[in-house]
Design a protein around this ligand. Structure first.
Ligand SMILES: Cc1cc2nc3c(=O)[nH]c(=O)nc-3n(C[C@H](O)[C@H](O)[C@H](O)COP(=O)(O)OP(=O)(O)OC[C@H]3O[C@@H](n4cnc5c(N)ncnc54)[C@H](O)[C@@H]3O)c2cc1C
Ligand code: FES
Length: 367
């Protein structure tokens, strides 16, 4: 009886080992897609080892598509046109692609795997995106949950970007976080400072990247980022400009205003900075000082919770009710907004209701 049990256990263990070996061998051969060719814009061809995502395969070739969520399939930033070789549309892609995009063969590069030769179209501007090595030279505490971090560029030593654009910071493993990931951060310094960039990062409780930035990074550390990305930059017109951004959304507006200070402007501008309480205000003197720099600029903090009668309680609640008086000629107004999707949605609705054309409302959603 005892020998029978031992023999059964032995047989089961042997079968398990054999199955495991077959599985490993099968995986090796079934997932061996060999070398695949990625044809880009019918102009350029790169050869990659099949089996990785399109996003990572391109990144290995120093072609950096935007990937604000780090490849989790939740931001939609990595959209690109896959003409052939992408396989069927996946359920993880559908929610982030409009019907028109699906008809035009747009796909999420972080979701599809390169298993065969593939033909894609990407904007030519992607080829200007570089990977940078940089060193932290300064960390400022702007508020209890917002830091300003300056990075000196080590390699390449210069960056060319438009005020309002963003970079993607690569986090390193720390604590229980075992993998690298990428997150998007708007550049808060002006493009004229070509040998360094500043980012403004708000701590998100339990957030992978912001915890790393706030609790682990220190002056002297080296980091890597890719960029510049995005089309959130001011248009070269004479339209009035309304800026709307709270919290760390102030980053790209800081870059834009510092740039305008260098190049000069006579455009009418107003910046609504939404915050909860007085403790969430920062760089107030610096932004108030822009009122003396530009002929027609106003900095307007609006606090949603302000009941102590301080000077900051002049405008309370949400930003939307204050937009009506700020907009003189809606058809000749451009709006530039960034921050949380909820705030952007609410302000966009109000701007449209006031007659600001949809195509003059520009935004970066920090989702
Ligand atoms: C184009 C663009 C520019 C951006 N620029 C900046 C910038 O200049 N400064 C900046 O601080 N951030 C910016 N962000 C947001 C940033 O990319 C990260 O999403 C954010 O810092 C959270 O990253 P994390 O890894 O710490 O959190 P994650 O680990 O990604 O998230 C942890 C949890 O927190 C939730 N969460 C994520 N973001 C928020 C949030 N903002 N508020 C509340 N809960 C959240 C998630 O749903 C998740 O459940 C930008 C985003 C985009 C797309
Ligand atoms: S990287 Fe965010 S959806 Fe692909």
């Amino acid at each position: 009886m005892f020998l029978q049990i031992i023999s059964d256990i032995g047989a089961t263990a042997l079968i398990s080992v054999i199955l495991a070996v077959i599985l490993v061998i099968a995986q090796r051969y079934l997932n061996d897609y060999g070398i695949c060719k990625i044809n880009i814009n019918k102009k350029r061809e790169v050869s990659v080892k099949g089996g990785s995502t399109l996003l990572n395969s391109l990144s290995d070739q120093q072609i950096y598509l935007a990937s604000a969520c780090g490849g989790k399939g939740s931001c939609g930033a990595c959209k690109c046109q896959v003409l052939t070789g992408g396989g069927p549309l996946l359920p993880t892609e559908k929610p982030l692609l409009t019907v028109k995009e699906q008809q035009d063969n747009f796909r999420l590069a972080c979701q599809i795997k390169v298993k065969t030769d593939i033909n894609i179209n990407i904007p030519e501007s992607i080829f200007n995106i570089r990977k940078y090595k940089a060193q932290i030279t300064e960390i400022l505490d702007y508020t209890y949950d917002i830091k300003g971090i300056t990075f000196k560029l080590l390699e390449p030593v210069k960056i060319d970007f438009k005020a309002g654009q963003y970079v993607q910071l690569e986090t390193q493993p720390y604590g229980k976080v075992k993998q690298k990931t990428m997150r998007a951060y708007s550049i808060s310094s002006k493009p004229e400072d070509t040998d360094s960039i500043q980012l403004i990062v708000r701590l998100v409780p339990e957030g992978i990247c912001t915890t790393w930035v706030h609790k682990y990074l220190k002056v002297g550390d080296e980091v890597r980022f890719t960029g510049p990305y995005g089309d959130f930059f001011i248009r070269d017109t004479d339209a009035d400009m309304i800026f709307i951004a709270g919290g760390s959304g102030k980053a790209p507006i800081k870059s834009i205003l510092e740039h305008l200070q260098v190049v000069g402007t006579t455009r009418k501008m107003m910046y609504f900075f939404g915050a909860r309480t007085e403790h969430d205000l920062y760089l107030t003197d610096e932004f108030k000082a822009f009122e003396k720099v530009f002929p027609d600029f106003q900095y307007v903090p609006v606090l949603s919770r302000c009941d102590d009668g301080s000077k900051w309680c002049a405008r309370t609640g949400y930003i939307m009710p204050y937009l009506k008086d700020a907009i003189k000629d809606p058809k000749k107004t451009e709006a530039y907004m960034c921050g949380s999707p909820g705030m952007l949605d609410a302000c966009q609705k109000e701007l449209l209701a006031l007659g600001v054309p949809q195509d003059k409302i520009y935004y970066d959603s920090f989702a």
